[in-house]
Design a protein around this ligand. Structure first.
Ligand SMILES: Cc1cc2nc3c(=O)[nH]c(=O)nc-3n(C[C@H](O)[C@H](O)[C@H](O)COP(=O)(O)OP(=O)(O)OC[C@H]3O[C@@H](n4cnc5c(N)ncnc54)[C@H](O)[C@@H]3O)c2cc1C
Length: 387
């Protein structure tokens, strides 16, 4: 088989890229190679679904703004035969809580966010307490509240985008890439587990936590590693006001979900690797103390379930790596290293990759700072806003 573009990995990133490629050139032949249509271990369905403009880098804020508009317009963006899945958007706000030492950074971020048109409020401890009386604020300096942000259902997003991309002509191949062929200094195609070969003009690595394995097939160093991250669902018998998606300096990430809440505390020291084992003591020893501290009414909660998924963690600077392999095969592209915020940026990534592939450069939003060049130069471009 010969196609114009092969995309390795059909999660939300690969599927958004396929959607934008198919939209830009209806006659293009785009093949998405995805071994598991149930996405059992993929990161996308395991995500928490949060979307926010609370970033420090203008690129990340602008990507969120574009992607959130896409989510809002999902009925049109993803409609197939007049139907698109309901994303279950909950626009209940997003809150970053910081200690006093972090306040100047929070204020700088706020200026950048406001300059880009985001509706963000800076709150001191007293104002935060008035807004959300259940929160403990004794240890905080300031908070940034983004009332128009929130969360959505990741699997509905993935299924809707995938279906739309397929309806526009993208071909989903249920198989696994095991080998990449190169010829004359260019990527020429892939070999699949079942033995088939697919030739292509352009190859895009959107394999998430597995992206480094794909890069190894062509000898490209990629500083992206799988990092396990737990999420927990709990319930409790107390009344609290409608809470936003809360992130605090204990690295607690917590939001309402149905009758209860989901919460997680990433462990940056977690050994990197493809490990889906669950340590059932983690909630009790790490997460519950953080929850009970931030919301004292949550002293007694009932843990209902724990699951985990993989971050595609960029060890250089925890930001995405987008674009061609600078210094290597020029038609081998990467879209990986999202480090825990790929879902909310996926539509903007799809648009950017289609521009790179078809027009040779970023058009609507300059994402050069996210390119592989910074890996080559060893110049990190870190966020200054992620708690
Ligand atoms: C617990 C948790 C919470 C999160 N919360 C949020 C959040 O609130 N907001 C947010 O924006 N992001 C969040 N994220 C991050 C988000 O899930 C990811 O950034 C995003 O899903 C990455 O999508 P992806 O398509 O790159 O990866 P994936 O969904 O993992 O897709 C990659 C695909 O590549 C396929 N693949 C692997 N090897 C091969 C091969 N050899 N050949 C072909 N295909 C292959 C896999 O089968 C997989 O389906 C969270 C992640 C986790 C784990």
């Amino acid at each position: 088989m010969k196609v114009d573009v092969v995309i390795v990995g059909g999660g939300v990133i690969g599927s958004c890229i396929a959607l934008y490629l198919a939209r830009a050139r209806r006659a293009a032949r785009v093949a998405v190679i995805e071994p598991d249509p149930t996405y059992r271990l993929a990161s996308t369905p395991r995500a928490s679904g949060g979307f926010r403009r609370l970033f420090s880098r203008p690129e990340n804020i602008a990507m969120s703004q574009y992607s959130i508009a896409f989510f809002d317009n999902f009925d049109n963006e993803a409609a197939v035969d007049g139907y698109a899945p309901d994303l279950g958007i909950k626009r209940q706000g997003y809150l970053f809580i910081a200690q006093a030492a972090f306040q100047p950074q929070l204020e700088r971020n706020y200026q950048t966010q406001r300059a880009l048109g985001a509706n963000i409020e800076l709150l001191d401890a007293a104002a935060l307490k008035r807004r959300f009386p259940s929160l403990e604020v004794g240890d905080i300096g300031a908070a940034a509240y983004s009332p128009e942000d929130g969360w959505l259902d990741p699997n509905s997003l993935l299924q809707g985008v995938r279906k739309k991309a397929a309806a526009l002509g993208a071909l989903y191949v249920e198989d696994r890439v095991t080998h990449i062929r190169s010829e004359g200094g260019r990527a020429a195609g892939v070999t699949l587990e079942r033995g088939e070969s697919v030739d292509c003009d352009v190859l895009i690595n959107a394999a998430g936590a597995w992206a480094r394995q794909i890069c190894k097939m062509v000898g490209m160093p990629l500083p992206v590693y799988p990092m396990k991250r737990y999420d927990h669902y709990f319930e409790c018998n107390v009344d609290v006001e409608p809470l936003p998606y809360v992130k605090d300096m204990a690295r607690l990430a917590m939001r309402p979900e149905g009758k209860g809440f989901t919460a997680g505390v990433p462990n940056w020291d977690e050994p990197r690797g493809f490990n889906f084992d669950i340590d059932h003591s983690y909630f009790e020893s790490v997460v519950w103390p953080a929850i009970a501290h931030r919301v004292p009414k949550f002293q007694a909660v009932k843990l209902k379930s724990t699951w985990c998924g993989l971050y595609d963690q960029n060890a250089l600077d925890t930001n995405m790596i987008l674009g061609p392999w600078v210094g290597g095969l020029p038609n081998f592209y990467v879209a990986a290293g999202f480090s825990g915020h790929g879902l909310m940026h996926a539509p903007a990534v799809g648009r950017a990759m289609a521009e790179l592939v078809y027009q040779g450069g970023f058009q609507t939003l300059d994402l050069s700072n996210m390119s592989y060049q910074r890996v080559v130069d060893d110049t990190p471009y870190p966020e200054q806003g992620i708690i």
